[in-house]
Design a protein around this ligand. Structure first.
Ligand SMILES: [Zn+2]
Length: 119
């Protein structure tokens, strides 16, 4: 069983990577799509085209009979939300500098998560 994991792209990540499925170079977005094996070890990155393929197609391309588990829609949504809230915190911290107050920041976060619960 293989799994595609979503990870926030870190600042030290190269801007271009090679897709582990189609072996084409691609530009990395805010979220990395990582193919992991059954032990959770990372096999490589997926480009945006390959990450949209069905698991049947991916199995054909990888020439494997292993089941490939793709991220659920809510996982994408949650990852985007996490990145958004992290970015907001970073901007807020940069803006407030050393004399920062977290009260306004945490209220903003609460609203975001309540919206997620409603959907
Ligand atoms: Zn690809």
């Amino acid at each position: 069983m293989m799994k595609i994991k979503l990870e926030r792209t870190l600042a030290n990540c190269p801007t271009h990577l090679r897709c582990t499925i189609c072996s084409r170079p691609f530009e990395v977005g805010k979220i990395r799509k990582l193919l992991c094996d059954s032990n959770g070890l990372i096999q490589g990155d997926l480009c945006s085209t390959c990450s949209k393929l069905s698991s049947k197609h991916l199995k054909q391309k990888l020439q494997t009979n292993e089941e490939i588990i793709q991220p659920k829609f809510y996982q994408w949504w949650f990852k985007r939300l996490t990145i958004l809230s992290e970015a907001t915190q970073e901007i807020e911290q940069a803006r407030l500098g050393s004399s920062r107050c977290h009260c306004q920041n945490s209220r903003g976060l609460k609203i975001l998560f309540q919206r997620d619960d409603d959907s």
